[in-house]
Design a binder for this molecule. Structure first.
Ligand code: C2E
Ligand code: MG
Ligand code: MG
Ligand code: MG
Length: 291
């Protein structure tokens, strides 16, 4: 887009703004089409025990798979979907698909042990959510104990009684609550006090700092992670580290007492087809190595 000169006042729109407006409009259209044509998918990323690398759960990550444009990551979608209000409908689709995928995985591995973590936007905490979730779980024969509701501070920051009531109901129903991206917001510690969180997810920036080129940064991030781990454990929370990309990060986080982790080192997020292939290969490798 070109900057228009002249006296019509349009000069305030520079090329960047026009491009941004056009991109935004395009994404709004992708979202509408995606809901209509069923392009929204729940990809999965394994969460492993840092003790032995065994898979303990999966995080569902939204992808909009446009037949021509390809994959759109959530960063492009979520803000716009929150502003236009389509996030609830998208969230419902992703939730249903993720639960269906967990049921598929369970029928393959024959266990009911792994959990499913699903990200929720503040706007999704409507009074109907517990009932909707219960119906989905019943339909797919999944126990609510296997569901982790991932929220960020943004949800607790609303300090909305309705949101708190919904979170409480979900917890009473058996779901666990995870506080995502922990340590990056304004007052994370006070949220641990005000709301009964079950899982703390240490933000991936902390994991990255463990590999900083500066020895000082490395030392301080080890102290920060250890501190978060200690407080979280004392409050009865499980600790998960995000963004683990190297063996060194894994070993350090394990030594620092972090329980679980996820990251490209273990697996990138994948569509269910890829995940099933990976799980099949893993279980074959295990059977052949144990005889
Ligand atoms: P998040 O919940 O903190 O998810 C972790 C993000 O880190 C994911 O990005 C994942 O692909 C990425 N990641 C995982 N391992 C690594 C690693 O080793 N290195 C690096 N650099 N990145 C890694 P993604 O899928 O792009 O999602 C971004 C954010 O979008 C999520 O952050 C979450 O806040 C939001 N989101 C994703 N799916 C949904 C959804 O269904 N609903 C809502 N409301 N938000 C979602
Ligand atoms: Mg998350
Ligand atoms: Mg996170
Ligand atoms: Mg994040």
């Amino acid at each position: 887009a070109r900057k228009r000169d002249g006296k019509n006042g349009l000069r305030i729109f520079d090329a960047g703004m026009l491009d941004a407006a056009r991109e935004r409009h395009e994404i709004e259209q992708f979202i509408e089409a995606g809901l209509k044509e069923d392009w929204f998918e729940a990809w999965l990323q394994p969460i492993v025990s840092l003790h032995d690398g065994q898979i303990v759960g999966f995080e569902a990550l939204m992808r909009l798979d446009h037949p021509q444009k390809g994959l759109l990551p959530p960063a492009k979608i979520i803000n716009i979907a929150e502003e236009t209000g389509t996030i609830s409908r998208i969230g419902d689709r992703v939730l249903e698909k993720a639960i269906r995928h967990l049921a598929t995985i369970s029928s393959l591995d024959g266990t009911q042990e792994t959990y499913l973590a699903v990200n929720f936007s503040p706007l999704q905490f409507e009074l109907t959510l517990p009932h909707k979730l219960a119906a989905l779980l019943l339909k797919h024969h999944i126990s609510p104990h296997r569901i982790v509701v991932e929220i960020t501070e943004a949800v607790l920051m609303l300090d909305n009684p309705e949101v708190h009531a919904v979170l409480k109901q979900l917890q009473e129903f058996g779901c666990r609550i995870a506080l995502d991206d922990f340590g990056t917001g304004y007052s994370s510690l006070s949220y641990l006090n005000r709301f009964p969180v079950d899982i703390v997810k240490v933000d991936q920036s902390f994991t990255r700092s463990l590999s900083s080129s500066s020895a000082d940064v490395r030392r301080k991030s080890r102290m920060l992670i250890k501190g978060i781990r200690t407080i979280s454990h004392q409050m009865g929370c499980t600790v998960v580290a995000e963004g683990i990309e190297t063996k060194e990060q894994w070993q350090l986080l394990r030594k620092l007492g972090v329980d679980y982790g996820q990251g490209y080192l273990f697996s990138r997020p994948m569509p269910i087809s890829g995940m099933l292939t990976m799980l099949e290969n893993e279980s074959e490798a295990k059977t052949s190595s144990t005889g």
